[in-house]
Write a protein that binds this ligand. Sequence first.
Ligand code: F6P
Length: 524
Amino acid sequence: MTPFSASPAWQRLLAHRDDLGGKTARELWRDDAARGEKLTVTCAELVLDFSKQRANAETLAGLCALARERGLAESIERLFSGAHVNVTEDRAALHMALRGDENVSIDGVAVRPEIHRARERMRVFSQAVREGHWRGATGERIRTVVGLGVGGSSLGPKLAARALRSASDGPEARFIENLDSAEFDDAIAGLDPAATLFVVVSKTFTTEETMANAAAARAWVGQRVGAAAVERHFVAATAHPERATAWGFPACNVFAFPEWVGGRFSLWSEVGLPVAIAIGMPAFERLLAGAHAVDLEFRSTPLERNAPALLALFAIWNRNALGCASHAVLPYGARLAGLPPYVQALEMESNGKRVDLEGRTVDFATAPVVVGGEGTPGQHAFHQWLHQGTDAVSTDFVVVARPMGTDGDRHARLVAHAAAQSEALMNGVEAKEPWITCPGGRASTTVVLPALDPYHLGSLLALYEHKVFAEGALWGINSFDQWGVELGKRIAGAILPAARGSGEAPDPATRHLLAIIHKLQQSE
Ligand code: F6P
């Protein structure tokens, strides 16, 4: 495949950018008052407003030509057909099968029966916990479910549990990710171990953070309820059930999911168990249905109206043509606070790559730095950088049409602020004092959800998943591996004895750093 940067459609887009001559969206709105309708698309029930992008109809046509030339439709078909799109790990990435009903086969094996069985187990178990049929070892009802996992094994469930708080009528869901035991201490504060269920989520079942926290949790519950701790207070979600049983889980407490479910795409599997327990399986299935609706549209909608593809194409336009090295994700709503870190992991772990599918070092920029936080608090923190900083930044605003809380007027104010921010970024302001001037001309997309409920949250997350896949496909990189994270893990293992105070780290800079830390530890 031709490298992205050399593809003729891309070269034409760069020429078109030069022809546009730095025109801002404000000027483009003056050129064409109807651009709002032209640059707004729907996806499932989400509405995406691209009219504040620095792009016109010609840009859109050029981007779609790029997608055709890069074979995006074919890549989408390969993804959905269960082909081994993750080439370095030689496996499929078929998380969509967890929320759909197509008869897909991987390596000749139909996946539906396995998915169906797993879903039924999830249903029975989550219902048993919620209805008090599954109880702790001393007969207590489970009041809290604690997800132990990290990265893709935690970010999705944590985001969903918070976003869907109004749908949560079961045990409270909490999450522990960090190796820092302070997070563990804070999360269990006030909990009764006899009424707490831990869901240990790890695809590999080797991840240091998760295994260390699981061991700590086992000790904490064991002290209170004795030997039955694991049997009644721990379940595991993993692609390696044999490792979970070796750890001490009874086989019936292990929820296995297939290797073709990638970590950061795994919310839809047993990884979502803490969420299913909190909101109930019917609501969890609405989350799946919302995602499935987006899958169907991604696969079948023509490029010009295909929301995930357009989100990716405009991202590439901003990143590679307009030089935006950063991208901000700004959900307006407290319960969506988990969205920026979720999208950050999705984008940066998937597309933070420096070689293409053919192993060539790329000569173009891949994933931007993804930053973000919920509005409005972010306005009083880092938005200053968006408005007047020296870097070009593209932005996604996520707005929920219906109030998420009980007060409609405060919601109207929230919406006003979201709209005001995108307007301010687009138009800026001129003043005689240079420090008041905001240059404007900063591109944004606004994604509008009708309501923050399981269905629409599912749609939103699937939209971002497919955007990230489409970006990777256009760039010609593998979005489904993450080899870069391995090096640091290896080094941490090697220097752990030195960090504990015995032995020396081989690297002089690391020795120097550990000496500083050890000195401070002793100076207490
Ligand atoms: O280290 C990165 C990573 O491998 C992520 O891709 C993954 O989601 C996370 O760690 C947790 O991995 P696991 O589910 O195997 O514990």
